[in-house]
Design a binder for this molecule. Structure first.
Ligand SMILES: [Zn+2]
Length: 301
């Protein structure tokens, strides 16, 4: 984990999940908190070594890899925690994540793991998109849903801490079908990102880039390719195709191997996000048949 200086007040810990840090006089704010106690222990050690204060925490969205280390921080320091509304509900009740991934059924024991469920944290201030001034930290939050329902990226002192609103190219290649909840909203957020003028951006996974538009373009390309593949695949099935089959075939085609229920649940949500995208674009329609959720190409008149 490297602690990288971005400008006079902004830094970030580059790690599997990046963590931002912003200094304001005798105060310091972390942006996201890593996946667990051991990550946070390293972060606190580094801040101590550099004599940097820690008083505030902002969480971009309620995924365990972004807030799993937050409870450890809250137990050791007097922290003001800020989070987007809605995401805050999950941060305070983390079982909601395995619960929603499991379609509302009581999650099986194996789903209560640190990748799907962090330790609960306190949220002192729930915020929306817009301009904020909190205890001297002056920043803008941008609503960028599509990967998480109410994800907010933070623009502060020229740097955009983007959360998971876009991924590095390596992440796109690795996951093959990126985790999203709605392809249409994801693309809308990516186009919105290109309009933000700042000195550079730190994504949740990947490296800081001054000009991140190329990487955002790669994300757009990736989602459009997946949408095209899925549209063609569904249009070949004249009798329609069930949700279960679409999930299985799309994962097979893109060489995604799920050996565990928890990872399959994430991919089921991702594949469904592309189905939702095609429904919104009116490329496919959905219906029920013999208690199966099915999809077929919209017939042009
Ligand atoms: Zn995420």
């Amino acid at each position: 984990m490297n602690f990288t200086t971005l400008n006079a007040t902004c830094y970030y810990f580059d790690a599997v999940v990046n963590i931002g840090y912003v200094r304001h006089e005798d105060k310091g704010m972390l942006i996201d908190a890593g996946i667990d106690d051991s990550v946070m222990r390293k972060v606190l050690k580094e801040l101590r070594a550099n004599e940097l204060p820690i008083t505030h925490l902002f969480i971009t969205h309620a995924h365990a890899d972004h807030y799993g280390g937050a409870q450890f921080l809250q137990k050791r320091h007097d922290i003001t925690t800020i989070a987007p509304k809605f995401e805050a509900a999950i941060l305070q009740n983390p079982t909601l994540e395995p619960l929603y991934l499991f379609q509302g059924n009581d999650p099986l024991q194996e789903l209560h793991n640190k990748f799907l469920e962090g330790k609960p944290i306190q949220v002192n201030q729930e915020i929306e998109a817009g301009e904020h001034n909190i205890d001297g930290f002056s920043f803008i939050t941008h609503l960028l849903p599509g990967h998480s329902y109410h994800q907010l990226a933070m623009e502060i002192n020229g740097i955009l801490f983007a959360g998971d609103s876009y991924f590095s190219e390596e992440q796109l290649d690795k996951h093959k079908i990126p985790y999203i909840t709605d392809a249409d909203l994801t693309l809308e957020s990516l186009h919105k990102l290109k309009e933000i003028t700042c000195d550079g951006a730190v994504p949740g996974h990947g490296v800081f880039e001054q000009d991140f538009t190329q990487t955002v373009e790669k994300n757009i390309e990736c989602h459009e390719t997946l949408l095209n593949w899925l549209e063609n695949f569904i249009s070949e099935a004249e009798e329609g195709i069930s949700h279960e089959t679409v999930v299985s075939e799309m994962c097979e085609h893109f060489a995604v191997k799920n050996s565990m229920l928890s990872s399959w649940l994430l991919y089921r949500t991702a594949v469904t996000a592309y189905l939702i995208g095609l429904i919104k674009r009116e490329k496919i329609e959905h219906y029920m048949e013999r208690n199966r959720w099915k999809f077929k190409k919209v017939q042009s008149e």
